[in-house]
Design a binder for this molecule. Sequence first.
Ligand code: UDP
Ligand code: MG
Length: 317
Amino acid sequence: MEKKLSVVVSVYNEEEALPLFYETAKPVLQGLPWDYELLFVNDGSEDRSSEILDRLAAEDDRIKVVSFSRNFGHEAAMIAGIDYAGGDGIVCMDADLQHPPACLPEIVKKLEEGCGVITMVRTRNESAGVIKNITSAGFYWLINSLSDVKFEANASDFFAVSAQAADVLRGSYREKVRFLRGYVQNIGFKRAAIEYEAAERAAGESKYSIRKLLAFSVNTILCFSNLPLKLGIYAGGLAALLGLAVMVYTLCTRQGAPSGYTTIVILNCFMFAVLFLIVGIMGEYIAILFHELKDRPVYIVGETKNIRRRPDGESGG
Ligand code: UDP
Ligand code: MG
């Protein structure tokens, strides 16, 4: 039987980019040696995206649509796409043509060679400014120094997995606070990396704000590293050493009682700062635990088009 490629596309308010995406992707998909399905995950778009997707789905039953009941975020959209995809290989990509569909034939080739995980590595990001590129490099440096698992810098959320690797993602890694790209890079299997040039966004605007990116980075670091939790131990050790030094100094110089006021104030402020920082970090971890404990759904599906098979644990994950 002919193999099938599932292309998962996350869509949030992409009315301008969607037609362009479809026009560009269609000829590439038709030229593939595999059959295909184009699975759009509509992440609660408020613009005309739903209309456009409904129209496309009505014309061609290889176009499938999973619509969320509201906006759940890009990662949730990719997770839902993987849950619903039925192909022998699954590609996740953006709707704004920053992830060129022209890479699909090469991805299929790698899948045919038996690769389980194919990371798409960005060589250049046209539209991201200098600041975004620097912060992104800084983020990868930080997480790679803090975490046991290693992340490929410049790995984007453009990636492909085999059906076997997708099953791993469907069955586990269902954390509520998560970093899908990180999981994909750490489930093992035969891997390949393909380089691509990120193009300018085809139309519309980036849906990620700096605030969202910052929250995302902090969560990712906390999810993949326990090192910040150990800060307390290091700070405690340092404070003990410092205390010892001050004690020895005081004993040796036999300072009179009234002097040393400044030292006390400075030490106090410093110690409290460290203490509050550590309490804050612990608070962040507790917040994540609380979030996981509540076990709320990763996404809720409102309606689907051209989809027959329902994944297990649908509307939850
Ligand atoms: N997206 C989504 N849900 C969101 C935000 C974004 O599904 O809450 C989609 C968006 O439609 C696009 C992809 O995720 O297809 C990447 O978003 P965007 O291009 O805005 O991010 P950037 O490329 O600027 O990092
Ligand atoms: Mg984009």
